[in-house]
Ligand binder design. Structure first.
Ligand SMILES: [Zn+2]
Length: 198
């Protein structure tokens, strides 16, 4: 008998790299100065997928009402405002309210103490909304615009259809779906994984 449903090929451009963002901290120049001392020179650890972004060897502690999370990664270069990105599990463990936000939008989010070698600051903590980074050319090829909602299917034993993914388009971006550790664990993502843009 003939196969009525031929296996559909996924066009390569619709294959999206899936990356897991572990908890991390973005710092303003002023907060970096307060935490590490004036114009401290950080030690680069790893380049990240997004152009110009990198992690450093130095870490910071997050101090919540219920617990402290030690050795949290810092992502540079410095930004206009400091911001902590944690998972919902982290929020429960720290004792703060989980508030889902796009990066940079910290209105109405809880503040948390960040402790460094030279002092402490308080900064807003968000649970990052799942998002898809795309350069202008990649967005054009996929026929999507900035700030649009898309869906991505991740296959596997804990296959997961992810809805409510916000696109972030521009040449400071490069194709990658960013999930937090709770989301990645839910889909049992380990190592290099891709998903299909639907
Ligand atoms: Zn991201």
């Amino acid at each position: 008998m003939k196969h009525l449903h031929a296996k559909k090929e996924v066009s390569s451009s619709k294959r999206i790299l899936v990356e897991t963002s572990a908890r991390h901290i973005h710092l303003s120049k002023k907060d970096a100065d307060n935490l590490f001392g004036n114009s401290y020179s950080f030690h680069k650890l790893r380049k990240l997928s997004q152009p110009a972004q990198y992690s450093v060897r130095e870490t910071l502690d997050l101090i919540g009402r219920k617990s402290t999370l030690k050795n949290v990664r810092i992502i540079l270069p410095t930004r206009k405002n400091s911001q902590v990105e944690v998972s919902i599990t982290d929020c429960y463990s720290l004792g703060i309210k989980p508030v889902l936000r796009m990066s940079g939008n910290t209105i109405g989010t809880p503040k948390i103490i960040i402790k460094g070698p030279n002092g402490e600051i308080k900064a807003p903590a968000i649970v990052a909304k799942r998002h898809l980074h795309l350069s202008d050319a990649e967005a054009k090829e996929l026929n999507v615009r900035n700030n649009q909602k898309v869906r991505i299917m991740i296959k596997g034993k804990r296959a997961l259809l992810l809805d409510e993914i916000i696109t972030r388009v521009g040449n400071e971006h490069k194709s990658a779906l960013h999930l937090d550790t709770d989301e990645a664990n839910a889909a049992m993502i380990k190592g290099k994984t891709t998903g299909e843009l639907l």
